[in-house]
Write a protein that binds this ligand. Structure first.
Ligand code: ADP
Ligand code: MG
Length: 616
């Protein structure tokens, strides 16, 4: 066979590299802003059009470049920031891979004007898909201005992969925030489609956070400061009482570089443990300064991860610094700097044997005796009486054919209803069944061939979901105006998403409107939701939606309903009476897809006698 390996031309190699470095407009924004900072600029303008899809321009007053450097800057591995591999360990700049401009130029139309402060004339360069179109002298301001137009013009797959303008703008905002918070000493402005989004004067960190998030942050911030020769941890945490339902405002900067490292988040969350409710997230703006020789920043193409020589030490010191900040300002009763919050719980007595979970059981229960049955807690969404036949029939199917229950087998509901397969007259043994509840979560009931375990929360989610989807399809949601409208703030990037969702909320019976910068007001809610904590519900829905924006074809309304269903499942958080459990089971098996929750988790599992035998 003849030789088949060939070296790819630079243009192709660059496009491939671009796939790693530039995934979306926000990645180009990040790289260009970082270059401006590395060039020592103290005033940076960011101008974008159509969420960066049409134009991204960054203008800085940094060093500028000589004519030769300007041309070279677009070559792959062209960098002024390192000379040899060892330099990676003394790196102080944000960039060092020499890939960004080459990558951007290979997938967009780029024009650059740049001038050294000491030169009279500058250089103007036009690149198109890595081809040099123009290279001339020009008169321009000292510093550099780079415009990136028609991003991904030659990579349609990438272009099609881009999300809505709202989602892409929100990514750009995230990058802008990261850079702006890390560099309060630099003034920034941000313009989108001809409108000013932010003008940030030079300031200190606290003023910068307040400028970005609003005045009320002045009183919310607690100082974190722990300096030593090896490591300094400093910045601000937000008081525990302002913990958010979303992870939005969590920032770590290692040597001023924004990084994402889950164990660092964990360290901070651990320090906040016991001070904030479950599923709430603390906000923080924390800087970790270390000797560059003790970290490796070159472990990820987008440079958002670093590895520390001693990650365990960083974890411990970060956690204690945050605890100290919380304790010093007496947010919680005297938390000792050196004590782990988890050890504050009294230890179990010696020889203590935890009691096994108890099973709630009503031996006198007779499911056929309907007279004593109480309805579930107020459930106005309930559509008509559940058909108790459904689950008896379902059990029959389980008994007949366990393998029918694979979640991927969607037409399950129709098989339940099929007269040929099920002879409902044979399900009379139901009176002998028991129904139990364990750990206030699982409903267990016996069937002829064994038992069935149902996650009651997931079951309820499924029931609510199907009812609400039904209502949504038939446009049956009605709005009920709130006597006391509720106001809430969101992080700016979340606020962009929220605005995008307002119409969908309206269709589902929510009356939510903008109420100032990044602030919203809930005037009305679906009539069915009377008792719920709406603010929390709306925040949860947003958090859920944020996750799903990662998937391009997601149906917004469906996502909102999924979150509502999940939220409503809290209604059944108290232990249930047997007839309530039975009602849930009934209604579950009246659903179109009883086996999996709206977010795709299994709702129940049947365990055969055989399996039980094997277990023991
Ligand atoms: P890196 O930042 O990793 O060095 P880039 O491709 O981002 O690689 O940039 C290549 C080089 O171009 C940089 O090393 C720098 O010398 C020069 N450069 C890029 N942007 C600017 C700018 N805004 N001002 C001055 N020099 C710049
Ligand atoms: Mg760079």
């Amino acid at each position: 066979m003849s030789d088949i390996i060939r070296i790819l031309p630079d243009s192709v190699a660059n496009q491939i590299a671009a796939g790693e470095v530039i995934q979306r407009p926000a990645s180009a924004v990040k790289e260009l802003l970082e270059n401006a900072i590395d060039a020592g600029a103290d005033d940076i303008k960011l101008i974008i059009k159509d969420a960066g899809k049409t134009l991204i321009q960054v203008i800085d007053n940094g060093s500028g470049m000589s004519d030769t450097d300007a041309r070279l800057s677009f070559e792959r591995h062209a960098t002024s920031k390192i000379r040899e591999a060892n330099d990676l360990f003394i790196i102080k700049s944000l960039g060092f891979r020499g890939e960004a401009l080459a990558s951007i130029a290979s997938i967009a139309h780029v024009s650059m004007k740049t001038r050294l402060h000491s030169d009279e004339l500058g250089t103007s360069i036009e690149m198109e898909g890595f081809e040099l179109k123009e290279h001339i002298s020009c008169s321009c301001e000292p510093g550099t201005s780079i415009s990136v137009k028609n991003l991904f013009f030659n990579v349609p797959a990438r272009r099609n992969f881009l999300k809505t303008d709202t989602a892409e703008t929100s990514h750009i905002m995230d990058e802008f925030f990261r850079i702006a918070i890390a560099h309060p000493e630099i003034s920034f402005s941000f313009h989108h489609n001809g409108k000013v989004v932010y003008i940030l004067d030079k300031s200190n960190l606290k003023q910068r956070i307040v400028a970005l998030y609003g005045k009320n942050y002045n009183e919310r911030l607690l100082t974190v400061e722990q300096r030593s020769d090896q490591i300094s941890i400093w910045g601000f945490i937000v008081k525990a009482e302002f913990a958010k339902k979303t992870r939005g405002e969590q920032f770590f900067f290692v040597n001023k570089r924004f990084i994402k490292q889950m164990y660092l988040n964990h360290a901070v969350e651990n320090a906040f443990k016991d001070l904030i409710p479950e599923k709430a997230f603390p906000s923080y703006f924390l800087f970790i300064d270390v000797n560059p020789a003790t970290i490796d920043v070159n472990i990820h193409p987008t440079k958002t991860e670093v590895s520390f020589q001693d990650a365990g030490f960083v974890y411990a010191i970060l956690r204690s610094s945050v605890k100290k900040a919380l304790g010093l300002f007496s947010l919680s009763p005297a938390i000792d700097f050196d004590t782990d919050v988890s050890t504050l719980a009294p230890p179990a007595p010696k020889n203590y044997i935890p009691s096994p979970p108890s099973i709630q059981l009503d031996p006198d229960y007779n499911p056929f005796k309907k007279s004593g049955s109480k309805p579930l807690p107020a459930d106005p969404l309930k559509k008509g009486a559940a058909n108790s036949k459904n689950w008896q029939e379902l059990y029959k199917v389980i008994e007949n054919n366990e393998s029918d229950l694979k979640p991927e087998q969607k037409p399950f509901a129709s098989s339940v209803g099929s007269e040929e397969e099920i002879d409902s007259s044979q399900t009379g043994d139901i009176s002998e069944k028991n129904i139990f509840q364990i750990h206030n979560r699982y409903i267990i009931t016996t069937i002829k061939s064994g038992l069935i375990i149902i996650d009651k929360f997931r079951a309820y989610e499924r029931i609510m979901y199907e009812q609400m989807m039904d209502k949504s399809e038939n446009k049956k949601f009605s709005i009920q105006q709130l006597l006391f409208p509720q106001v809430f703030d969101l992080a700016p990037a979340d606020a962009v998403l929220m605005k995008d969702m307002l119409n969908d909320y309206k269709d589902l019976g929510f009356d939510i409107n903008e109420f100032g910068v990044n602030t919203f007001i809930i005037n009305g809610i679906p009539a069915d939701l009377k008792d719920e904590d709406v603010k929390e519900l709306v925040e949860n829905m947003l958090e859920n939606f944020k996750i799903t924006t990662l998937f391009p074809k997601v149906d917004k309304r469906q996502q909102i309903i999924i979150s509502m269903a999940r939220h409503l499942s809290k209604r059944i958080s108290k232990p249930m009476h047997n007839n309530e459990m039975l009602d849930i089971v009934d209604r579950l098996f009246a659903c179109k897809i009883p086996y999996s929750s709206p977010s795709g988790k299994n709702i129940f599992k049947a365990v055969s006698l055989e399996e039980l035998d094997k277990m023991l």
